[in-house]
Design a protein around this ligand. Sequence first.
Ligand code: F6P
Length: 363
Amino acid sequence: GKGLAVFTSGGDSQGMNAAVRAVVRMGIYLGCKVFFIKEGYQGMVDGGQHIVEATWSSVSSIIHKGGTVIGSARCMEFRERAGRLKAAKNLVARGITNMVVIGGDGSLTGANLFRTEWSSLLEELVRTGQITKDQQTKYAHLHIAGMVGSIDNDFCGTDMTIGTDSALHRIIEAIDAIVSTAYSHQRTFIMEVMGRHCGYLAIIAGLSSEADFIFIPEDPADPTWPQKICQKLSQERSTGQRLNIIIVAEGAIDRDGEPITAEKVRQVVVENLQQDTRITVLGHVQRGGNPSAFDRVLGCRMGAEAVMALMEATPETESCVVSLDGNQAVRLPLMECVLKTKAVTKAMGDKDWENAVQLRGKS
Ligand code: F6P
């Protein structure tokens, strides 16, 4: 059977295990020899016991687990050609020419570069006597399919990244818990949520928890934000509300590109309204714990589709990323999506927020 490897890379997210499980089982079902690559690209570079054959039962009882049971890492070595050369040798040694990568845009970019270089890497391995000419011919083509695992939902091309829904569940539970204590003491709470340069978690969490104010990177606060927030909070209190909730995305900024931090917001509220105010930074709690039903099923569907894409690929087929479009699993050109995602980050860096939102909207 064809050699197929699956690995997770970059920050973990809930639902990655469901995706790994689906890749393994669909691969075995279609007659492939399936391998786990443990610890992401680092495991691919290191080889040895990091690349192990997967069996049907080795992915039993992982669908409900958060994180990724095969480990993930941010790998510096793979960014250098020398690291990628070692990785290629390790894959050829096991007959692996199909890879499913589950990660964010950085991990998918790395995979695509690897594929572009593949024939020159094999050439060098033959030249230096590390693989045979026969191996070079037999394993001449590398096929890659990507899936986006991230709680941030910051990837152009998919409606939901694997992990976002679970992170939202975690955030909502936390806000509900905070509300009961805030109510008791008539307090204002400022909650910082993750998302890097993306405000998706903050917006959806805010909408579903009746937050009074939300700060996100894509809509930088104008210079009048202190007046606006104070007006809003005092108006809520004057109608009898006993608490206020403010959500700050970790990447929130103002129009000068300066960070809007939970502490800045606290000072404004305390100085102007003298409200009893506390900050809660949710941190990695958002990325942990069991995946939601949605993320489990999403991981399963994406994983199965990724394997089917690889099995249908020809040497000319572009690498794809498996995405969710409405309720459909679709295959999109990997590099096109990565480049769009990078263009969003660039537009935000250039303070061209309208363009950033438009580009993301076109995803
Ligand atoms: O990309 C996922 C994410 O959790 C972001 O929301 C956050 O900014 C970042 O990763 C945190 O990275 P680390 O786990 O390395 O601290």
